[in-house]
Design a protein around this ligand. Structure first.
Ligand SMILES: Cc1cc2nc3c(=O)[nH]c(=O)nc-3n(C[C@H](O)[C@H](O)[C@H](O)COP(=O)(O)O)c2cc1C
Length: 195
């Protein structure tokens, strides 16, 4: 038993050893309001240190379906394959959404995350509604030629995943290794499993 789950170390090490950009792409599965699975690729931004445990930070658009999913069911599972190190991490937990309505430290964190984006990334948040029927090209041209707002627009949402179960499969040696980290209340357990 440990109070600090040390799941972050193998993941941070695998990311550090991965040189290609796709290593930062993870798949995030959610459950739709109707109870169906939904999955998509997102860009991992950073680990956020939090008194209750490290979180994974990703960004998305308030108008996207995943936000409806997470408002109905605030749980998700990430599947992340790092092919250079041959590691798979499956990370399940609850998701906290930082939106334009959020106040306090989280609002400041959302502001900081917005400042990290380049103009091209910012333009996506003032582009026509994701998932709506294709808009006119002028609407996209306008979004990409406008100077992005200084402050995050209402569409910009920060998603923070607080892991409660991590399943790490390492295919880099023989036999393969599998480790499961589980959080129950405030404590973490770490178990070696057959792969
Ligand atoms: C390589 C890659 C990276 C992506 N990164 C993001 C991202 O960081 N945030 C995001 O909202 N969508 C990102 N997308 C788009 C999503 O996969 C998805 O198409 C979009 O968010 C709509 O998903 P939804 O309808 O399930 O909400 C990315 C797609 C690809 C292929």
């Amino acid at each position: 038993m440990t109070t600090e789950g040390n799941w972050r170390s193998p993941l941070a090490r695998a990311l550090h050893q991965s040189n290609r950009a796709p290593a930062r792409h993870l798949q995030l599965a959610t459950v739709t309001p109707e109870g169906h699975p939904a999955n998509r690729t997102l860009l991992f931004r950073e680990f956020r240190e939090h008194p209750e445990g490290d979180q994974l930070c990703v960004h998305s658009d308030r108008r996207a379906s995943k936000i409806d999913d997470l408002q109905a069911h605030p749980y998700a599972e990430v599947c992340w394959w790092l092919d250079e190190t041959r590691d798979q991490f499956r990370i399940a937990g609850s998701v906290h959404l930082i939106t334009a309505a959020t106040t306090g430290d989280d609002a400041a964190y959302r502001q900081e995350q917005w400042k990290e984006l380049d103009d091209h990334e910012k333009a996506l948040y003032i582009s026509p509604d994701p998932g709506a029927p294709r808009a006119d090209e002028e609407a996209f041209d306008k979004a990409f030629s406008t100077t992005p707002p200084e402050d995050p627009p209402d569409t910009f949402v920060v998603l923070l995943l607080s892991p409660t179960r991590i399943d790490h499969l390492s295919l880099s040696g023989h036999p393969h290794r599998r480790t499961r980290y589980t959080r129950t209340d405030e404590r973490w357990t770490e178990e070696e499993l057959n792969p």
